[in-house]
Write a protein that binds this ligand. Structure first.
Ligand code: SF4
Length: 454
């Protein structure tokens, strides 16, 4: 299925889309409970996995979903620091993929969100979406709680979970919740990919893509198809041992929705950017292009400090079966005994990437599920566009670094303002209403003149 970006309806563009009555269309305010959970996880149904869940799970609810809040809005912010300095500089957390793709809905709205809350508050719908994600993750991994004594231990668990995710992918053909790190424009960005698998979501779609690419480059289509087809060889079953490293992987993001219909048009833009960002970051990490020192420095981690996890957990190879850590965890124990610090474990992760796949497919999939029961509503496929995502990153980083102010939506996307919590204080929106009203008046006046002359 091809994603087609339809042009805006000319008649819509000619209308003053922002109307005074829209100012009253503010959404119901729902209570928010900022969620932070710190726990460590338990092993696997199919593969052992130990996961440090010390990260805040940012919502996987359609990132276009409007934010809601219960606190009164604070006065206009006069802080002149860049968003990066204010919200994502140590000791605050680094940038996330969510931070980069949320502005694809409305940059100004995300700026309001950061100013008010520092991060996107969790709505009831987002919590419901997290439950769906949890169920999906538990189909692949179960959680083993592990005691940690240092921040190096905790980050070590995060790296080890990536390693375990890659092993799961090799053994079963698919893994979920794969954490990734990237360095974009000098800034560390972290994210979690919902699904990585060897299975092509639509082989016909991919074949067309390959054919078009071959025709564009002027090569003999048949020759190129043969070559690229080897790389993009579809896999319909679980991985075949020994051949995984020559295969690409396919990434997918799961979005939950309160309604049983698919989003379309501008509502899909954040999802498309998110998937392209994941592909770019995963490819770069797998190719060992991410400087581990930048990652460790951003988290103030000593890459050579020995782990204390096994001691604290009270387990080593000889004790593993006697503790609460069941026999499914020997891989963890062995890895931690032979890779005793972050630097060594990072190297192990890079070698596991090399063993698992050679590239990330350009075919990207968003899967939409109903937030109440997790039922699949449908999927949307996107094609990776290198130029588009690089341009997008450069533009959004420009805003994060304070090189330009946040901007709101254009007139043709005024529908977004109807569900925006900040509509009544948004000067951008008011100026657009004024602009559209004046344009409308001018058009009416112009028509009047023509009638007189005629
Ligand atoms: S009112 Fe519209 S332009 Fe202003 S922040 Fe909200 S969505 Fe953006």
């Amino acid at each position: 299925m091809t994603m087609v970006w339809t042009p805006r309806c000319p008649s819509m563009l000619a209308q003053p889309c922002f109307t005074v009555s829209e100012l009253s269309l503010l959404p119901q305010r729902t209570p928010l409970l900022p969620q932070t959970y710190t726990s460590i996880s338990r092993c696997a149904a199919s593969r052992t996995r130990i996961t440090a869940l010390s990260r805040n799970r940012l919502s996987k609810e359609s990132s276009s979903a409007p934010t809601t809040h219960e606190q009164p809005l604070s006065p206009p912010d006069l802080d002149t620091r860049s968003p990066l300095e204010r919200f994502r500089t140590k000791p605050k957390k680094p940038l996330s993929v969510t931070d980069l793709v949320s502005p694809a809905w409305c940059e100004l709205q995300y700026s309001f969100v950061l100013t008010r809350f520092g991060r996107k508050p969790r709505t009831q719908a987002m919590k419901q979406g997290s439950k769906v994600h949890k169920v999906l993750e538990e189909q692949v991994h179960t959680f083993v709680p592990v005691q940690t004594a240092s921040k190096e231990d905790r980050f070590g668990l995060r790296i080890w979970n990536v390693i375990q995710g890659l092993r799961t992918l090799r053994e079963t053909g698919m893994t979920r919740e794969l954490e990734i790190w990237g360095v974009l424009e000098g800034q560390l960005v972290c994210g979690v990919i919902d699904e990585v698998s060897y299975k092509c979501p639509d082989t016909r779609f991919e074949e067309e893509l390959v054919k078009t690419a071959a025709e564009k480059t002027g090569e003999m289509a048949s020759q190129s198809q043969r070559n690229i087809a080897n790389y993009f060889a579809p896999v319909d079953t679980a991985a075949v041992p020994g051949t995984q490293a020559t295969r690409p992987v396919y990434i997918a993001d799961v979005k939950t929705r309160g309604v049983k219909s698919l989003p379309s048009g501008a509502s899909l833009r954040p999802t498309k950017m998110q998937l392209m960002l994941y592909k770019k970051m995963l490819q770069s990490l797998a190719q060992n292009d991410v400087d581990a020192d930048v990652v460790f420095a951003r988290y103030s981690l000593n890459p050579l400090q020995p782990f204390t996890i096994t001691e604290v957990a009270g387990m080593d190879s000889s004790q593993a079966d006697e503790t609460d850590f069941p026999s499914e965890t020997p891989g963890f124990v062995a890895d931690m005994e032979t890779h005793t610090n972050l630097s060594a474990l990072w190297s192990l992760m890079i070698s596991e990437f090399a063993e698992t796949f050679t590239g990330v497919s350009d075919v990207l999939r968003a899967e939409f599920r109903h937030s109440k029961d997790g039922d699949v509503i449908g999927s949307e496929l996107f094609v990776y566009e290198k130029g588009t995502i690089e341009e997008y990153i450069a533009r959004e980083m420009g805003w994060w670094k304070g090189e330009r102010p946040a901007v709101g939506v254009e007139v043709e996307e005024a529908f977004k303002c109807r569900s925006c919590d900040f509509a009544d204080e948004c000067e951008w929106r008011k100026s657009k209403i004024q602009e559209a009203t004046e344009n409308h008046r001018r058009r009416v006046a112009g028509r009047g003149k023509v009638e007189v002359v005629g």
